[in-house]
Design a protein around this ligand. Structure first.
Ligand SMILES: [Zn+2]
Length: 439
């Protein structure tokens, strides 16, 4: 099956940041076959089974969300302004009311929300992660999925660190799936024992997959490592042997210059979650310094409990605002660099740049069409600026993953949002009662 998208402003996000405007892109089954500028004579366009007129909309690589807890959807809007929310609110409620069935239905809903926002790949860390994988398989999205390993009993394991066995099961079950990449996800250096952290690393090495955890996020986390080990969390992870090209560390808000050298020297990647970090007042990660040191970095939404949205357009805007303000420099991070972080940068951070993150022949057909017809998108002089400063998720007209159109005319194809919501709501009764709120 060959599909041609034509008359588009194509942002290839390749090494030369080539823009084809107006351009065409040819997809064959799950792969990008070719792309180019629109010829003077339409008859010179490649043959295809289906032709799609983009009407000068912006075509870009599918967005890569490098940190998420997709099944935390029922938590959206709960305890938003509660201090020390993780320990006082989230962990207890998860243990009381998070079930296998709710994880599955919330993951379907969240995957739908991401696809509608142009996210084609996401990294996830949660409980009952096998159910998240099942949801991703059904929804068509690309999932990089890790079972949370925590040093205390959880909703899916009564033994501290019991998540390791579940993690291995996940790795065995899903490793050959074309769109699902099982990974290993110890929660954080301060919530898992050093012994379990080392076991998690060994598991990731054995299965040659990604290791992901939270790091340098919480004030009490920094105080704990300072008081107990006279180290920063990054120094602690480094001494434990956890840093390396396999590790994706989420947040990394509070870093010393030495931490940055350790991350760069070990080729550790970072997921930057600006929306989640600033909503909680935790701080703004030193991304400019990290990138200048050569650290691979992508953008993440975190769960809907922390950032309230799973869309990267919101992160683009917040990223620009916070980093420009923090550095008091309007020219810092031009829009093209921000879009690059959400696409190619994210793919690189996951070690998936050969597969996705840019529009080049031979890569997977993961791409997004953002329309420029809505009121907020006119005029559109510079497509990068339009994506960062004007667009929002509702401008996503089409999302393609692995060559399959999953969103068309702003609607999900495999299912619909009404059904996803009804399914999740049906399963939320006990959760809402345990949270003590009105549903
Ligand atoms: Zn997180």
């Amino acid at each position: 099956m060959k599909r041609l998208i034509q008359n588009a402003r194509i942002l290839t996000m390749d090494a030369d940041m080539r823009i084809l405007d107006p351009g065409w892109i040819l997809l064959e089954n799950d792969t990008i076959r070719d792309l180019g500028e629109m010829p003077g004579d339409p008859a010179a366009l490649p043959q295809a089974d289906e032709r799609i007129d983009a009407e000068r909309g912006i075509v870009l690589p599918g967005l890569v969300n490098t940190h998420c807890h997709v099944s935390m959807m029922p938590f959206r809007g709960l305890g938003d302004d509660c201090p020390d929310r993780l320990r006082r609110f989230l962990f207890p409620l998860e243990n009381k009311a998070m079930t296998e069935a709710l994880v599955y239905r919330a993951a379907r809903y969240g995957a739908g929300e991401m696809l509608l926002a142009g996210v084609t790949s996401f990294v996830d860390m949660y409980y009952f992660e096998n159910e998240v994988a099942r949801a991703c398989d059904e929804m068509g999205i690309r999932g990089i999925l890790g079972e949370t390993v925590l040093g205390q009993p959880t909703c899916d394991s009564q033994t501290p660190g019991g998540g390791l066995a579940l993690a291995e099961n996940l790795l065995r079950t899903w490793r050959d799936h074309p769109r699902i990449r099982p990974v290993v996800a110890p929660h954080a250096a301060n919530t898992v024992s050093p012994d379990i952290l080392k076991k998690a690393k060994r598991l990731a090495d054995e299965y040659e997959t990604l290791l992901t955890l939270h790091a340098s996020e919480m004030d009490y986390e920094l105080a704990y490592f300072r008081e107990t080990f006279q180290k920063t969390p990054i120094e602690f992870l480094s001494d434990l042997g956890l840093l390396g090209p396999r590790l994706l560390a989420a947040h990394c808000i509070h870093l010393t210059d030495r931490d940055i050298r350790l991350l760069a020297g070990s080729e550790t990647a970072v997921s930057h979650c600006i929306g989640s970090n600033t909503k909680a007042g935790k701080g703004v990660a030193p991304i400019k310094k990290l990138l200048s040191a050569g650290v691979r970095a992508g953008l993440g939404t975190d769960g809907a409990s922390s950032g309230n949205t799973l869309d990267l357009f919101t992160q683009f805007r917040l990223f620009a605002s916070f980093h420009k303000t923090k550095n008091r420099d309007r020219s810092l991070f031009p829009a093209s660099e921000i879009v690059a972080l959400g696409t190619r940068g994210g793919a690189k951070a996951l070690g998936m740049e050969r597969e996705t993150g840019s529009l080049e022949p031979g890569k997977k057909a993961d791409l997004v069409l953002v329309e420029t017809k809505s009121v907020n998108m006119f005029p559109c002089y510079d497509p990068y600026s339009a994506l960062v400063y004007s667009a929002n998720a509702s401008n996503v007209e089409m999302t393609i993953v692995d060559g399959e159109i999953l969103v068309r005319d702003k609607r999900l194809i495999r299912t619909d949002t009404g059904k996803l919501r009804a399914e999740m709501e049906e399963e939320m009764g006990a959760f809402v009662r345990a949270a003590g709120v009105q549903g």
